[in-house]
Design a protein around this ligand. Structure first.
Ligand SMILES: Nc1ncnc2c1ncn2[C@@H]1O[C@H](COP(=O)(O)OP(=O)(O)OP(=O)(O)O)[C@@H](O)[C@H]1O
Length: 508
């Protein structure tokens, strides 16, 4: 073999060899029968794999049914956005949690490197385009893009990457997602009007409720107990696995209107960073639809059924949704708030379907298999009238923790004064404490009095307003007590008179 004299000659030789190879390949592609072509392709692929020391792993955004985004892809995306956004040169910016910050992640066709236990790896975000199957569909659905991450590494790191690195990426990515995710508030709304789609489905908005346990008017020991219970639950994955129970916990919040049941649900969601599913039972057609909705709920969520006593027919009789109650019903249902009934009518919206969700249906779902579909879930029922609930519904095991939210204590008032007025003490506090010992007032009413109504409303005005409200309430109570006593007096007199008349008659 004659060696090339200069580098230029050498490159010329390499160039012409490649050109000849490509020419031969083009000829083969054009004139060779399909079988030979296929064989050559396979062979070249094998040769390439044999000599190429690099391994590639693809992680696709949508796999299988293409409806659900792949968890693995989302975790890799989160991992890379936090770990490689400093080294990537082309970045994509998106709004992050609570719409208050911008999250950077690598842009399409960007390549970044990462290192793990001495192994160097390369990540590339890329995509392929799949044209629609027919020309007719083209106008409706243009090309579908499939994005995927390509991970490349040397084969000597195979064990490190497959056994440890990928697990590390998924774990870190998951943690980052939990930290950054925008939490959602889901509500079930009636579906499309088309008859076959007339079932309710979840729709969501971003959940941004500011309530926390810190800002709740509640006795300190009660808060501590609830917070510990919730945190213990959220860290008990292994425990639930060990005892063979689904990782769920039921809470029953009960108490008069305006004592903070809804506020507490928001505080729970904020404490644990959970999504909230506000399930409106009156809009659910039957048990099948209920099951479908519940199966669609995701892990790390709170499923809420508010005013359970008004949402479910606890007597076992079915009523048409939105149907006007009879006088007797109204008496029995007196505990359901007026607004609630109006809501029921609105949700019916002229729809004369019958709500067939039954108590036993609901119980089955709470205990049933759906709740074991992976991940932690809280189920929260609220009611203003706990005594009206069926014992089966609220027994321990279903509703594991019963929390009574009651009228505002002085301790609760101090929390609200700090929240609303920014004060921890004031000379008027003593008077307020005395009055609160005499009359019941809900935290909602205290909050309303303390809310500044104009820019010149200082703490004095707000506290005076609360004192006035308390004094009025006290007077109302005094009047009511006096009237009750008067009523009892009159009743006693009437009975006396009757006895007298009867005695006279007997004598005659
Ligand atoms: N314990 C509380 N701590 C702080 N704020 C409260 C508390 N209870 C009520 N509030 C205030 O009153 C408003 C109404 O309270 P919330 O809706 O939580 O009461 P609820 O018990 O759920 O009432 P309902 O039974 O009528 O649904 C809240 O927006 C909040 O401002």
């Amino acid at each position: 073999m004659v060696l090339p004299a200069t580098m230029v000659e050498m490159w010329t030789m390499v160039g012409s060899t490649i050109a000849s190879f490509m020419f031969i390949m083009a000829i083969i592609r054009q004139y060779c029968p399909y079988e030979i072509r296929r064989f050559m392709e396979k062979l070249s692929h094998r040769i390439n794999t044999f000599f190429n020391p690099y391994i590639r792993i693809s992680i696709h955004e949508f796999s299988g049914d293409r409806l659900k985004r792949s968890e693995a892809y989302a975790n890799v995306e989160a991992y890379l956005s936090s770990n490689t956004s400093k080294s990537a040169k082309r970045l994509k910016a998106e709004m992050g949690k609570d719409s208050s910050n911008i999250v950077l992640s690598m842009d399409e066709f960007e390549r970044v490197t990462d290192e793990f236990r001495g192994a160097k790896v390369w990540w590339l975000l890329t995509k392929t385009a799949t044209p629609p199957r027919s020309m007719m569909l083209m106008s409706y659905y243009p090309e579908q893009e499939r994005r995927f991450y390509k991970l490349t590494f040397h084969k000597r790191y195979r064990e490190i990457v497959t056994d440890y690195y990928l697990g590390h990426v998924v774990k870190e990515g998951k943690e980052i997602r939990v930290k950054n995710r925008q939490r959602k508030l889901f509500t079930n709304s009636p579906g499309y009007k088309w008859p076959s789609y007339k079932q309710t489905m979840w729709s969501h908005i971003v959940f941004e409720h500011p309530a926390t346990f810190e800002t709740m008017a509640l006795e300190g020991h009660k808060k501590k107990e609830i917070i510990e219970d919730l945190l213990t639950f959220s860290k008990s994955k292994e425990f639930y696995e060990r005892i063979g129970k689904a990782w769920k916990r039921g809470y029953l919040l009960h108490g008069p209107p305006g004592t903070g049941k809804s506020t507490m649900i928001a505080a729970m969601a904020n404490l644990l960073s959970y999504d909230v599913y506000d399930l409106e039972l009156t809009a659910v057609k039957d048990n099948t639809e209920l099951r479908k909705l519940l199966i669609e709920t995701t892990s790390k969520s709170i499923i809420v059924i508010e005013d359970i006593d008004c949402s479910l027919d606890l007597t076992g009789q079915r009523k048409k949704m939105g149907e006007k109650s009879s006088k007797e019903d109204q008496k029995n249902d007196g505990f359901c708030s007026k607004e609630r009934k109006e809501e029921g009518n609105i949700s019916n919206n002229g729809n004369d379907q019958i709500s067939k969700v039954t108590l036993s249906g609901l119980l089955n779902f709470i205990d049933g298999l759906w709740s074991a579909c992976g991940g932690e879930r809280l189920i929260v029922f609220t009611t203003n009238y706990v005594e009206k609930l069926d014992a089966a519904l609220i027994r321990r095991g279903r509703m594991d923790k019963h929390i009574e939210l009651s009228y505002c204590s002085f301790e609760g008032f101090k929390v609200l004064a700090k929240n609303y007025l920014g004060i921890e003490s004031h000379q008027m506090f003593d008077k307020i404490e005395n009055l609160m010992g005499d009359v019941k007032i809900t935290p909602a009413d205290v909050a309303e009095s303390l809310m500044p109504k104009s820019p010149v409303d200082g703490p004095e005005r707000c506290l005076s307003r609360l004192i006035l409200a308390l004094e009025e309430a006290k007077e109302e109570v005094a009047v009511a007590v006096a009237e009750e006593a008067k009523g009892k007096d009159e009743e006693a007199k009437e009975i006396d008179e009757q006895i007298h008349v009867q005695g006279d008659k007997d004598q005659v």
